[in-house]
Design a protein around this ligand. Sequence first.
Ligand SMILES: *[C@@H]1O[C@H](CO)[C@@H](O)[C@H](O)[C@H]1NC(C)=O
Ligand SMILES: *[C@@H]1O[C@H](CO)[C@@H](O)[C@H](O)[C@H]1NC(C)=O
Ligand SMILES: *[C@@H]1O[C@H](CO)[C@@H](O)[C@H](O)[C@H]1NC(C)=O
Ligand SMILES: *[C@@H]1O[C@H](CO)[C@@H](O)[C@H](O)[C@H]1NC(C)=O
Ligand SMILES: *[C@@H]1O[C@H](CO)[C@@H](O)[C@H](O)[C@H]1NC(C)=O
Length: 395
Amino acid sequence: MYSLPLLLLLLGTAVRVTAHGISPEVPKIVPKVFIVSMFEPEAEAWWNIAEFDVLAHNISLPGLSPLFPDVHCTEDHTICQLVTGESEINAAATITSVALSCLFDLTQTYFFIAGIAGVNPERATTGSVMFARYAVQVALQYEIDIRELPPGYATGYIPMGAEVPGRYPSTLYGTEVFEVNADLRTMAAHLARQATLSDSAAAKEYRAHYATKDDQYKAATLAPGVVKCDVATSDVYYSGNILSSAFANTTKLLTNGTGDYCATAQEDNATLGALLRSSARNLTDFSRIIVMRTASDFDRPYPGSSAAYNLLHANQGGFEPAIKNIYLAGIKVVTGILNGWDATFGPGVTPHNYIGDIFGTLGGRPDFGPGRTESLLEGGALKKRGLRGPPRRHG
Ligand SMILES: *[C@@H]1O[C@H](CO)[C@@H](O)[C@H](O)[C@H]1NC(C)=O
Ligand SMILES: *[C@@H]1O[C@H](CO)[C@@H](O)[C@H](O)[C@H]1NC(C)=O
Ligand SMILES: *[C@@H]1O[C@H](CO)[C@@H](O)[C@H](O)[C@H]1NC(C)=O
Ligand SMILES: *[C@@H]1O[C@H](CO)[C@@H](O)[C@H](O)[C@H]1NC(C)=O
Ligand SMILES: *[C@@H]1O[C@H](CO)[C@@H](O)[C@H](O)[C@H]1NC(C)=O
């Protein structure tokens, strides 16, 4: 057996020994846009399109999902795509592997999360394209089954370290809320509004059920549009009025009233958590993230129908337009970034809002949560004498 450096020398490849180990001296891949898909239908929305061929290069990397072992890139590597696999663990592991890979220089790259999601009918409808400022890990809480709940609890979810719903959690993991660049979000939504969105007859027919006298679900009855509102992340794929209301409340609570829950998916906080860590080391730029979700199904039933019907049996008709709208809206965002590269996106879009996590890891003052020092204390990174309560189970 040859050692790796010797083998590379024998193969005629120059090697460089760096603080991070040994890496072949090959030019890095410098994408301008990295499309983040979560599963096959979202990935395929970008394949066989007129604008570019993202399947020109397939690059396998350690740490990717066994289902999606390759990163894809166009011929000149300007646009790349990764597929995380679904849910939080897959998203965190895949994004970490790409963000830390020495094959890429991602310091100027725009990460464009483009997936489908459940939708809150109070805020939008199936087929709509939603751009988030906050991603909130809503199910990172204590939970008691409803059948064992004490009286007076409207939900079985209780924030970590709290005794009742509605209190800001006092035990913090740091992934509760991520906030991305609101100025970039506005530009992306503006680009997406140039698209003519897809809809389907089945989606139209189904959303009509949400018409009520008090117009509570008016947004659900309208044609698909582009909406700026926030995304919840939960591994558990929930359905129903009570869980949807509980997690809308959690979104408001954790973002100190600013978050506007409209979409639910299973990955974004994990993706953002991984990008936050790499951004803390300047390997990626946290101000260059766009979170776009297109609505495939409602998070709660229409009046008179049931949570189980909504989840398991209804033909909502939203999946197909949601997938199509990833491309139709997303291509405007991608080409907008490329066309505006020299003037705008290359230099970067300066955020005027706080970006990052509850700990203030990237600097600045979080506009949600108890504040940087308090959060670090509650996360256990700083010790405050005499304030440690009884030992609690973590993780
Ligand atoms: C890359 O992989 C995709 C399927 O994942 C395949 O369709 C495509 O042909 C591959 N491209 C190359 C250059 O091998
Ligand atoms: C999840 O991501 C959203 C942004 O998509 C962010 O607002 C939220 O803070 C994140 N939550 C956690 C727990 O990371
Ligand atoms: C959400 O908050 C509203 C307003 O405070 C409250 O009426 C409702 O019961 C809450 N929902 C749940 C499921 O806790
Ligand atoms: C990242 O870049 C910023 C701004 O240029 C700099 O202040 C900081 O020290 C860098 N951090 C690391 C870990 O290199
Ligand atoms: C957010 O709300 C909590 C209480 O729910 C409060 O302690 C904290 O100071 C608020 N943070 C900010 C940044 O306003």
